[in-house]
Design a protein around this ligand. Structure first.
Ligand code: TYD
Length: 202
């Protein structure tokens, strides 16, 4: 069964649509494992707490993202896929390229090495990129009461993150679908249904 990742800059609205997508897939008769990165396992959630709150070197940040991912694949993603279940992950490796390379400036060649090491060829079958202008996303995030290390970044950081996401979407058109989130919820859901329907085999 397919492995689907959801991506987008902070405030793009992906979390709003996650549960709806999971419900949609379940209605098609599948078993869906909903998970997230960084996180998804007890160790990964401990790493998430550090990554979102503790100041650290940018390389440490990138390495911990992939350490959490390694555990996530071994404990959750690979077993679920081999049981024939759907995996729906709130972020995956495109987030590392977007945030750590686009946002922080780490060379993509470094992450490509980690990607190969940790994933050994595993890639999502479908990546839905929720996209909206940074100014709109930023307004949504500003209302969060206790912003994490990423949410505290400035507009130019998110411009670079968004540009990298869009670059990857055009680099891997077979895997990516870009959904604009400055539309009504109904319009977004009908786009999502059109994207998901062919995968469900119904
Ligand atoms: P996010 O997915 O936005 O969760 P929430 O909606 O609960 O805030 O938070 C995860 C943060 O981690 C997000 O700001 C992006 C960042 N991140 C990276 O920088 N690199 C990665 O590889 C991943 C998976 C996430």
């Amino acid at each position: 069964m397919p492995f689907i990742s959801l991506e987008g800059i902070d405030g793009a609205g992906k979390t709003t649509h996650l549960q709806w997508i999971a419900d949609y897939l379940r209605e098609q008769g599948g078993t869906v494992v909903v998970t997230r990165e960084p996180g998804g396992t007890p160790l990964g959630e401990s790493l998430r707490a550090l990554l979102l709150n503790e100041p650290m070197h940018i390389d440490t940040e990138a390495l911990l993202m992939f350490a959490a991912r390694c555990e996530h694949i071994a404990q959750i993603i690979a077993p679920a896929l081999s049981r024939g279940e759907w995996v729906l992950s709130d972020r995956f490796t495109d987030a590392s390229f977007a945030y750590q390379c686009g946002g922080r400036g780490i060379a993509e060649s470094r992450l490509q090495v980690l990607e190969e090491w940790v994933q050994q060829g595993l890639q999502p079958d479908l990546t839905i990129l929720f996209d909206v202008e940074v100014s709109i996303a930023h307004q949504r995030v500003r209302t969060h009461s206790d912003p994490d290390r990423f949410e505290q970044e400035q507009l130019d950081f998110f411009e670079r993150v968004r540009a990298m996401y869009l670059r990857r979407a055009s680099q891997y058109p077979a895997r990516f679908r870009v959904v604009r989130t400055d539309q009504t919820i109904e319009a977004i859901r009908s786009e999502l249904a059109a994207v998901l329907k062919p995968l469900s085999g119904n």
